[in-house]
Design a protein around this ligand. Structure first.
Ligand code: ISL
Length: 566
């Protein structure tokens, strides 16, 4: 695979509104990111993806841009953005922006003009259609519940919004729209942005045929035939010629499309592998079936690895701003702690591909259930609550469902220390801080040689080691011990160099028997990591370090071993 400058990425996603408040308004801001660049460099991070910080009414946390080229005053100014880029660069850190091209805010000037004159120039910047006898143009649904059409005043016209009604879809069939957006993207590249995470990017093209009647209710707007031409033009007219780093948020493409999307000449540098964000032990389908869930997740994970090997690099994530925290998704409540979280972190760092962490993941931040609906802040939470009531749930049942699945668990303010509000703000935070900040915070863990943060630092240091980096980035992933339940184990193999990653996802000890090892003669040359091996998380020559896989390996509950092998 041809080497690219961004192949050394150790990424970190920041949800700016919940990162650090420095101007005493209860909201995180860009100077707050600057204030913690040393912390991020200390962890070993070299790439930051910031969720949107453009002007926005914040109906969808900034994924509703009212002005693509201004920084929302909540987050600061363009000067702050410039300073962030400069200060990050001094620490070897590059900044990616979150680019939301599928839709704008309903408060964007273009949309306001479209409402005034739906037949005019800006009316064709959006997707406005005639209704049918007082009904929407068709039965398309929004990802966030309800119809995908919103009526314009008391006219018979409707506009399309595949997300909230505050996010009208842009008409990507209109070359003027594409022209406007390309200009904006190139100006951000001129500004010093190193690349982009491209939001909802596989929804740009809509199928106005009879798509609504196909199986998947979202087939009308997901990976619609012909979208490749749009994505190719987007790349050719903006980040492609600059060699910028791009991460596509893409769901549901077929393996044979992978090359077109993220191959050497793909539309994007990489795209997220959402495998591990899709499995949730609290989903009814997995209730009481954790063993089966892990088996399904392992199969999907190895399938991704096989699909990508030698062709492309996925971007591996365990958490993001759209999912509950990984601890609550994979473990029973009494299992969530240092060992389970450090073990699952090994899968984030040592599977093939580009690793991205989410803010709070490296210190083990947790879900924060709410006692009342009013404590939630996400508009989509209220949409979902309304839908659950319409489905016949009681208020308590709907609230319980929201607490089980809400993406807002990942949006509680970052827990920096044991001071008020976890050190996030000296004013009332826009969203309540998890009260466990007194026990779970960065300051405490930085001092603790046996903390999750220290283990993440150790993992990243191993990931970046000169003699290991290429194995973990490009190496073939060869599954191991696949018959052993609740274990995800594999070798990474490149040019004869081998690293075994052995993760016990169960709360019981397990034994990896020689007979089940395809390469029993594999000798262990170095113990790279052992989450039971604090403080150095590796204890060369200790009794627990196997000398060869042939001996069979005993894994303690939630133990993770990373072994360099001959
Ligand atoms: O395609 C999907 C499911 O198959 C959805 O996951 C969809 O792609 C996803 O919800 C898009 O999420 C992104 O865009 C949203 C925003 O609310 C999310 O936070 C962002 O990650 C609208 O901009």
């Amino acid at each position: 695979m041809k080497k690219q400058w961004w192949h050394d990425t150790i990424g970190y996603q920041i949800f700016p509104r919940s990162f650090q408040d420095t101007d005493h308004d209860g909201n995180g801001d860009l100077p707050g990111v600057i204030a913690h660049l040393d912390d991020l460099a200390d962890l070993g991070i070299n790439t930051l993806w910031l969720c949107p910080f453009n002007c926005s009414p914040m109906w969808d946390s900034g994924y509703d841009a009212a002005d693509y080229e201004q920084v929302d005053p909540m987050f600061g100014s363009l000067d702050d953005a410039k300073r962030l880029i400069a200060e990050a660069r001094k620490r070897g850190i590059r900044i990616l922006m979150d680019l939301v091209l599928n839709h704008t805010s309903s408060e964007h000037a273009w949309f306001q003009e479209a409402l005034k004159d739906p037949e005019g120039l800006y009316g064709n910047y959006y997707i406005i259609r005639e209704g049918r006898e007082g009904l929407p143009p068709n039965r398309w649904r929004s990802f966030f519940g309800g119809s995908a059409w919103e009526r314009i005043g008391d006219s018979n016209r409707y506009y399309l919004h595949i997300f909230t009604k505050y996010q009208p879809d842009l008409n990507w069939e209109n070359p003027k729209v594409r022209q406007e957006l390309y200009g904006m993207i190139n100006r951000w590249l001129d500004f010093g942005i190193a690349g982009f995470r491209l939001d909802s990017i596989n929804h740009l093209k809509k199928d106005f045929g009879d798509a609504a009647d196909k199986g998947d209710p979202f087939s009308y707007c997901t990976n619609v035939s012909g979208i490749g031409d749009m994505l190719q033009e987007l790349k050719d007219r903006t980040y492609g010629p600059r060699g910028a780093f791009t991460i596509g948020e893409v769901n549901g493409i077929h393996p044979e499309q992978l090359e077109a999307y993220i191959g050497e000449n793909g539309y994007f540098s990489t795209m997220f592998d959402f495998t591990f964000t899709r499995y949730r032990i609290r989903d009814p389908q997995w209730a009481g079936r954790r063993r089966e869930m892990i088996r399904a997740c392992r199969e999907a994970c190895f399938q991704s690895q096989r699909t990508a090997y030698g062709r492309a690099l996925f971007c591996n994530v365990m958490e993001n701003h759209d999912t509950p925290r990984v601890g609550e998704r994979f473990f029973l409540p009494d299992q969530i702690g240092f060992f389970s979280l450090s073990m699952i972190g090994c899968l984030n760092l040592f599977l093939g591909g580009i690793p991205f962490l989410y803010q709070g993941q490296a210190i083990g931040m947790r879900d924060y259930p709410k006692a009342a609906l009013e404590e939630f802040r996400d508009f989509t939470t209220y949409n979902l609550y309304r839908d659950y009531l319409q489905e016949g749930m009681t208020g308590a049942e709907a609230l319980a469902r929201i607490n089980r699945d809400s993406r807002e668990h990942a949006r509680t303010p970052m827990q920096w220390n044991a001071e008020a509000n976890g050190g996030f703000s000296d004013k009332k935070p826009w969203f309540s801080v998890n009260p466990n900040y007194r026990e779970i915070n960065l300051e405490a863990q930085k001092q603790d040689p046996a903390s999750l943060y220290t283990f993440y630092k150790a993992m990243i240091a191993v990931r970046k080691r000169e003699d290991c980096r290429d194995v973990f980035l490009y190496g073939k992933t060869v599954p191991m011990y696949e018959e052993t339940d609740e274990v995800i184990a594999f070798e990474r193999v490149l040019d004869g160099k081998r690293a075994a990653v052995l993760c016990n996802l169960s709360g019981q000890e397990c034994f990896l028997e020689r007979e089940r090892c395809e390469e029993p003669e594999r000798r262990v040359r170095e113990l790279l990591l052992d989450n039971y091996g604090a403080p150095a998380f590796r204890n060369p020559g200790s009794s627990s370090t196997p000398r060869s896989l042939a001996e069979g390996i005993r894994l303690r509950p939630f133990q993770a071993l990373v072994l360099l092998c001959d």
